[in-house]
Design a binder for this molecule. Structure first.
Ligand code: DX5
Ligand code: ZN
Length: 219
């Protein structure tokens, strides 16, 4: 069976002192995308990094850079993230008064566009922008930190978004608390891309960590 599910390790759980090597290691371990969590200490209660760090890790892999912007506002910085090496830029519906415009800006920069929904945000905010999207990100934890427990209410949202998408070519990504115990329910609900931070980086064997997630949803 061809595995069409993408695994996107979140470098939030990597060793920041060795970020380039960590990105190379997950690339060689067989990940599909690299998930890059940008936090501003305002939209979420944590701070990570911005475009200069993304530029520095860009030469370490050719894999797809999936940049999850947990920043408010996002719009003034979209071009910076595109130039830093993002392949896809994901903005939060809650952080953007002009979501449609942000999506247009991302597409105008030649990048794929995604919209992320916090656990409390209803899926109908996507109604009038869905046709422009390459991906919908369903948060299965409240954003800000790795290592939190999966919120099962995300599964209903995944099913609802899958129904909305129908036969359009739009990925559904689930982010937060995804591991070998939760991955099967997430994929069965309709997710096509799994973000995993601690589940990939917690041990030394990234090949085994990624394979454990793949084995779980293929079981
Ligand atoms: C949370 C981030 C996630 C996080 C996932 O705000 O968006 O990408 O790193 O980490 P785990 O997989 O440990 O829940
Ligand atoms: Zn994320």
């Amino acid at each position: 069976m061809t595995d069409t599910i993408k695994i996107a390790p979140s470098i939030l759980a990597a060793d920041f002192a060795r970020l380039g090597e960590e990105v190379k290691a997950i690339d060689e371990a067989g990940c599909d995308w690299i998930h890059i969590d940008v936090m501003d200490g305002h939209f979420v209660p944590n701070l990570t990094f911005g475009p200069p760090v993304i530029s520095c890790i860009r030469p370490w892999t050719k894999k797809f850079f999936d940049v999850h912007l947990m920043i408010d506002p996002a719009q003034p910085f979209l071009e910076d993230y595109a130039k830093a090496g993002a392949d896809q830029i994901v903005v939060h519906a809650e952080a953007d008064k002009h979501l449609d415009r942000s999506i247009q800006v991302i597409k105008g920069l030649g990048k794929k566009a995604g919209v992320s929904l916090n656990p409390h945000t209803p899926v109908n905010v996507l109604d009038h922008v869905l046709d422009q999207l390459d991906m919908v990100l369903i948060m299965s934890v409240n954003p800000g930190f790795g290592g939190q427990s999966f919120l099962p209410a995300a599964l209903d949202k995944v099913r609802a978004v899958k129904a909305m998408i129908g036969d359009r070519n739009i990925d559904i990504q689930v982010d937060g608390g995804v591991n070998a115990s939760t991955a099967k329910a997430v994929v069965d609900a309709g997710a096509t891309c799994l973000v995993a931070g601690s589940a990939v980086f917690k041990g030394d064997d990234y090949v085994a960590s990624i394979q454990a997630i793949r084995d779980a949803y293929n079981a």
